[in-house]
Design a protein around this ligand. Structure first.
Ligand code: C2O
Ligand code: CU
Ligand code: CU
Length: 526
């Protein structure tokens, strides 16, 4: 597809002008509750209550740069890390304390980003969480500066690294680019029993690419059409981990658990270590794998997480860099000598029972397409040829299983994410795109290949590769109500590649559901 090259409104900072590995890796602070509040539906119980404000501030992202304007949770980017325990609910009041003016280029032609709306609107979504619909951060449930929303997070799910980020309709790519994202780690007892590296040996690595101007400020490019500044994807040439540019971390010669999150707008990372040594992936987006998988490199699409065990003991006294192909990411400086490492990497982690295909009551064919009409509007990407505002077409029944066939006829890979649920990847298979696009015929031109071993766990985001049909199997459980599914390339998501879906139940099921609701389900928080 022809894509207009992005242009810069200000001169861009050249990546070669910045020294690598001169700043230590920041570890985001741990979010602290400010008190206890009654459980929203069991008022006799108390749950931890957090209040986190989104603000504008300036901070230095590299030794040789001036402070850069950012938007962050609690004055840090990425925001503070939440540490949750499975089964222990919490309440978070997300406060919008941003200035009224946005500092990044809004495209008012995108749906939901019309002129006249408050520019700095936000709504927070906890990605990967099994959350009642009222607390899920529906893109249209945004609020303006001076307002807040309180979300109820039941945490009724397995140990995993989730992440929270803005989800405001039509500007979410800009809000996240400005810094509105953070990690949220759920731990549970089964995980604790594994004796994995923990505390200071368990490190979240929130990774994204950015571009800067020569005045040290974030630079988000625009299209060459001044009336339609939206660009199809953002790719930066400067890499940040936990908010610092090319940082380094001093480590001991022992095992570490690294919790990677690709929080980039559009970039796919192909991670490996500069010395070529293998490492182990122990978990996917939503939990532990059945067993550690030895890898030399992994692909991570935007929004995917990887739970890694990296053993630095064989690298004592050396430095090793985390790379993404030819891009530098960060450096590990391993102390010399040896230390006692009492953490383990067990050979079995947690059973991930395969969801049988026979359980599926519904198979959906869902196309990922691009539509290019430069005269009328910017190019748009769509799910199944539908726009956000079209009536809801995906209405899975509560407690049923479905197979979603993601048919990608575009030239790009799209990371497809479903809210609320966890799923498994069945396979990917090459298709004849022409036959599909011209006469709606599904013809395969290759064999189906299973997911990579390191993807064969619980997922909430899947890489739908170009020219392929990617099949996922999903059980819709937890709550009824309206959620969304979308491409996690933020530029696509903001431009129609997002659809609502609704988990529905029969009248009889509703009664059961409502009874259960009194025990565990969310309701609108007063
Ligand atoms: Cu990261 Cu709709 O989510
Ligand atoms: Cu999500
Ligand atoms: Cu996409």
């Amino acid at each position: 597809m022809p894509k207009m090259p992005p242009v810069h409104t200000r001169p861009a900072l050249h990546p070669a002008s910045l020294a690598r590995y001169v700043d230590p890796l920041p570890i985001p602070p741990i979010a602290k509750p400010i008190g206890m509040r009654p459980h929203p539906h069991e008022p006799s119980k108390q749950v931890a209550f957090y209040r986190i404000a989104m603000r504008e501030f300036r901070s230095q992202l590299h030794r040789d740069l001036k402070p850069a304007r950012q938007w962050g949770f609690d004055g840090v980017v990425p925001g503070p890390t939440f540490i949750a325990k499975s089964g222990e609910p919490m309440l978070v009041e997300w406060v919008n304390a941003l200035p009224d003016k946005h500092f990044l280029p809004i495209d008012h032609r995108l749906h939901g980003a019309e002129k006249g709306l408050p520019e700095s609107r936000t709504v927070v979504h906890l990605h990967g969480a099994k959350t009642p619909p009222e607390s899920d951060g529906y893109p249209e449930s945004w609020y303006a500066p001076g307002k807040s929303a309180t979300a109820f997070y039941p945490n009724g799910q397995d140990a995993a690294m989730l992440w929270y980020h803005d989800h405001a309709m039509g500007i979410n790519r800009l809000n996240i680019f400005a810094g509105l994202a953070g990690s949220y780690i759920v731990h549970d007892e089964a995980e604790a029993a594994l004796n994995l590296p923990s505390d200071k040996y368990e490190i979240p690595l929130v990774i994204w690419d950015r571009m800067f101007d020569t005045d040290s400020q974030l630079l988000y490019p625009v299209s060459s059409n001044p009336d339609a500044p939206w660009i199809p994807e953002f790719f930066g040439d400067i890499m940040l981990v936990n908010g610092k540019i090319w940082p380094y971390l001093e480590v001991e010669p022992r095992k570490y658990r690294l919790r990677l999150l690709n929080a980039a707008n559009g970039r796919f990372f192909h991670f490996s270590f500069s010395d070529g040594r293998p490492f182990h992936q122990i978990g996917t987006d939503l939990g532990l794998l059945p067993a550690p998988v030895e890898v030399k490199s992994i692909v991570m699409a935007p929004a995917e997480r990887a739970d890694l065990i990296v053993d630095f003991s064989a690298r004592a006294g050396k430095t090793v860099n985390l790379m993404s192909e030819y891009f530098d990411i960060m450096q590990f400086r391993v102390a010399s000598g040896s230390v006692k490492d009492s953490a383990s990497m067990p050979s079995t982690l947690r059973a991930v029972p395969k969801t049988p295909e026979s359980e599926a009551v519904q198979k959906r064919m869902l196309s990922l397409i691009e539509w290019d009409n430069p005269v009328a509007e910017p190019m748009i990407m769509m799910l199944n040829g539908k726009r956000w505002m079209d009536p809801i077409t995906e209405k899975p029944r509560l407690n049923t299983t479905e197979i979603w066939n993601l048919i990608n006829v575009t030239d790009d890979a799209h990371p497809i994410h479903l809210h609320l649920v966890r799923f498994q990847i069945l396979d990917r298979r090459r298709i004849d795109r022409f036959a599909y696009m011209s006469h709606n015929k599904l013809r395969f031109t290759g064999e189906a290949s299973p997911p990579e071993p390191y993807e064969a766990g619980w997922k909430d985001t899947v890489r739908a590769n170009p020219g392929m049909m990617t099949r996922i199997i999903v059980r819709f459980e937890g709550y009824t109500g309206r959620y969304v599914w979308h491409c996690h390339i933020l530029e696509h998501e903001d431009n129609e590649m997002m659809r609502p879906y609704e988990v529905v139940a029969t009248a009889a099921e509703q009664v059961i559901q409502q009874t259960a609701a009194r025990l565990c389900r969310g309701r609108p928080i007063p």
